[in-house]
Structures are given as structure tokens and as C-alpha cells.
Design a protein around this ligand. Structure first.
Ligand code: FES
Ligand SMILES: [Fe+2]
Length: 424
């Protein structure tokens, strides 16, 4: 399918009333991390989501409010508000709002006034699970049950979740996530090592199966005369990808077999928060914090890699990601440190919204094509009053990624069946 400029807008614009914006508003999506509002009556945080400016706060009863960023009175920023006694109080004239957006106190009006009963601010429902505060921003009658991805059922001891800002449209991020071929190049971090699994065959063949949650695809690399290396990726609507980390870059078993994934959550059309997920494949080996942080370091998104007090990276477009041309000449393919930093350099460098009408897609872009088709189908569905694919938890509850070696010629779907059964 050729993506015209018109289709590109349909795929990428996320504000209220846009086709994709309306699709995304039919799913429960991440608003922020639990760690951003760690304690009852703590400081509220700014949340910009799908182009809307909001504020999140945890009230005295541990209820989480996600409300519009501006006070109903004269639009003062509620970010500066006082979070006290089950409500967020505007510091301009003291109006107070609860987690539902109702005005519960209006001290600038006389005590007998009923004015406050007619005043409210917009508030979205929230659901806290897996270290993430989720919200639903669509029409109430269409609200699905909360999400139930496998990683949301994993105990804290076996799960790590983080978040990183990326300066480009969310779809650019997804398309990197379901593009297995680039890991043979962009993520080749030792060009002197001829035994790296993904460089043994740099042109994987891709086979896509559309599923109730989105699709899965097998990427098959023929790594020797008799062996194939197959990776099963999951694309979970609308913006999640999962893959397995069961073997290391040379094909040896990982000490802690895990599943990895991301959700690319639009801040607005040209900015995205990437939620990074890592969970243990079984309950055999838990994931201590140090181990999670070591993996964050490898990916270039460790807390030390961030600009203080933010989720944005120090290696960014303003400094060309600190690319080291000597390292690029002698050691790594990109010369950029951090696996995800490599992704961001390429995806952000395409521009805020990449010109898809100018692309030349090849055989390894099959999954990307399928993703666009499913998202466009979802836009059609929502316009026609149908729920989009994958919004109900039944559709994604039993979805898991995998990777394994199989004899060449053996069908990958059968071979990976047990491996992709959920454990949690
Ligand atoms: S602007 Fe918020 S109370 Fe007046
Ligand atoms: Fe990547």
C-alpha cells in the first residue's frame, strides 16, 4: 500500500477529532508511571497525552486523578495546585477539584452559593497496574475493560518498567520496534565479531499472521546450512511491541531469559513517551533492580542517561547523540552508545513525521506494512461505529513473544507454539 501524504496524516495525527486520535481514545493507554506520583497528597505532575494538557495527582485516599491542566475559573495552571484533603486546590482563588473533576469547594463565593455545583473540569478515568497509570480518553459507553497484557500479571520482583521521551511521531517508534532487520545493522555493537547471530543473515524473511490483538510475525534468519534462528514478535494494538530475549547476541542462553517490549504513547503529533517493559520469562530467576538497571544502561536509558528530573535523554539531536566517529570506524556500526539511543537517532532524524510518501519499502518491511493496514482499518472501524481490533483484554491476554533455533525448513509456527504460551 502506498502511503500518500493524506494517508500519512490519517495514520499519525493524534489530537481530538483526528481519525487516529479517535482510534487511540478507544484503548486504555499509559498516562504516566506510578513512580511519578509516588505518595498520597504528593506533588501533581504535568501529563501531555494525545495533544491534551492534563495534570495527574494522587489524592489523600490514594485515588488517582487525571484532569485537565487548567482551572475552570480563570484557567490558572493546576500544576501549581495544592494537593490536599482529597482534591487539588487551585492556588489562584482556592477552587478545589476532586479526582472526578467535580468542584468540591469554591471559597471565593459566598457560603450559600450553589455556583460550584455547575462547575467541573474534564477528568479521565484511571487504572493503576504494572507500575503504570492507565487512562481511557474516549466516549464512556465504548469504554473497554482494563488491559490485561501478560506483563501486567507479573509480580514486581520479576518486572521492570521505565519511560523515555522521543522527539518524533509515535508511529516512527512502532515501525522501528517491528523492524527486525535493522538489528543486524543499527544494533551491531561489535563489527569485529563475525559470530553475531543477527549479522549471520542480514536479510531475514518475514511472515505475518493477523491476530485478534494485532499481529505476530516470524522473522527467519538462516544462520547455517542446517539451522534457522526464528524470532516471533508481537504487535499489540494500538502501539505495543513485544519480543523475546532468550539468547545473547552470539546465541548462548541468557542468564535471565526475559521478554522485552515497548509502548509508544503519543505526547502529541511529534513527541512520544516510550514505555519500556522487561519481565522474566519464568518465575525461576527474579529480576533484581541492578539487573534491570544494567539492561537500561545497555539500552542508553539508565537514569544517569537522562537530563535530571526528566525522562529525556542527554544524548539527543542537539549534540548528534554524542556520535563517536572513531568508535564507528572500529567498533560499532553507528558509533552511538546505547541500543535505544541508536533507534532514536535514526527515528528522530527522519523528522517529526516521516514523509512516508517518499519511501521505498523492501521485503523486510512486511510487518510495517501490516501495522499501517491494521491502524488504517481501525480508523475505518471507529468511523463506522465499530470497536477497533484488540481493545478488549480477551484479545491480548494470551499473547507472548519468543525466539529459538529450529532446523532449516521446519515450520516456525509449530516449532514456536509452546514457547509463545503465556506463563504468568
Ligand atoms: S483560576 Fe483557579 S480559582 Fe481562580
Ligand atoms: Fe532498534
Amino acid at each position: 500500500m502506498h502511503i500518500t501524504q493524506e494517508l500519512n496524516k490519517r495514520l499519525t495525527e493524534v489530537g481530538p477529532g483526528t481519525p487516529m486520535g479517535e482510534v487511540l481514545r478507544r484503548y486504555w493507554i499509559p498516562a504516566c508511571l506510578s513512580e511519578e506520583i509516588p505518595v498520597a497528597d504528593g506533588a501533581p505532575v504535568r501529563v501531555r497525552l494525545l495533544g491534551e494538557d492534563l495534570v495527574a495527582f494522587r489524592d489523600s485516599a490514594n485515588e488517582i486523578g487525571l484532569v485537565e491542566a487548567y482551572c475552570a475559573h480563570r484557567r490558572a495552571p493546576l500544576f501549581y495546585g495544592r494537593n490536599e484533603e482529597c482534591g487539588l486546590r487551585c492556588v489562584y482563588h482556592g477552587w478545589k477539584f476532586d479526582t472526578q473533576g467535580a468542584c468540591v469547594d469554591m471559597p471565593s463565593e459566598p457560603p450559600f452559593s450553589k455556583f460550584r455545583l455547575r462547575v467541573a473540569i474534564k477528568a479521565y478515568p484511571t487504572y493503576e497496574k504494572g507500575g503504570v497509570v492507565w487512562t481511557y480518553m474516549g466516549p464512556t459507553p465504548e469504554m473497554p475493560a482494563p488491559p490485561d497484557y501478560e506483563w501486567l500479571r507479573v509480580p514486581e520482583t520479576h518486572l521492570g518498567v521505565s519511560k523515555t521521551g522521543e522527539h518524533c511521531n509515535f508511529l516512527q517508534g512502532i515501525e522501528g520496534g517491528i523492524d527486525t532487520a535493522h538489528s543486524s545493522f543499527a544494533h551491531n555493537n561489535d563489527i569485529t565479531n563475525k559470530n553475531l547471530l543477527r549479522t549471520l543473515d542480514p536479510h531475514p524473511s518475514l511472515e505475518v499472521d493477523v491476530e485478534p490483538w494485532g499481529f505476530r510475525y516470524g522473522s527467519i534468519r538462516n544462520i547455517s546450512d542446517d539451522q534457522s534462528y526464528v524470532r516471533v514478535y508481537q504487535y499489540v494494538m494500538p502501539f505495543q511491541q513485544m519480543r523475546a530475549s532468550l539468547v545473547d547476541p552470539e546465541g548462548n542462553p541468557q542468564q535471565m531469559p526475559a521478554l522485552d517490549g515497548h509502548m509508544w504513547v503519543p505526547i502529541d503529533d511529534e513527541n512520544t513517551y516510550v514505555y519500556n517493559i522487561k519481565y522474566c520469562a519464568t518465575d525461576a530467576v527474579p529480576m533484581p533492580r541492578e539487573r534491570f538497571l544494567a539492561s537500561e544502561k545497555r539500552n542508553g536509558r539508565h537514569p544517569d542517561d537522562r537530563i535530571g528530573g526528566t525522562y529525556w535523554l542527554k544524548r539527543n539531536p542537539s549534540n548528534d547523540y554524542l556520535i563517536d566517529r572513531e568508535v564507528q570506524r572500529t567498533k560499532t556500526f553507528t558509533g552511538i552508545e546505547g541500543v535505544n539511543t541508536q533507534d532514536y537517532a535514526l527515528q528522530e532524524g527522519m523528522g517529526g513525521i516521516v514523509r512516508r510518501d517518499l519511501e521505498a519499502l523492501g521485503s523486510t518491511d512486511r510487518a510495517i506494512q501490516s501495522c499501517r493496514e491494521l491502524l488504517l482499518q481501525a480508523a475505518d472501524d471507529v468511523e463506522a461505529g465499530r470497536p477497533p481490533r484488540g481493545s478488549e483484554p480477551e484479545s491480548h491476554r494470551a499473547t507472548r513473544a519468543g525466539e529459538m533455533f529450529i532446523p532449516r525448513g521446519v515450520p516456525w509456527r509449530d516449532a514456536t507454539k509452546d514457547l509463545t504460551e503465556v506463563v504468568w
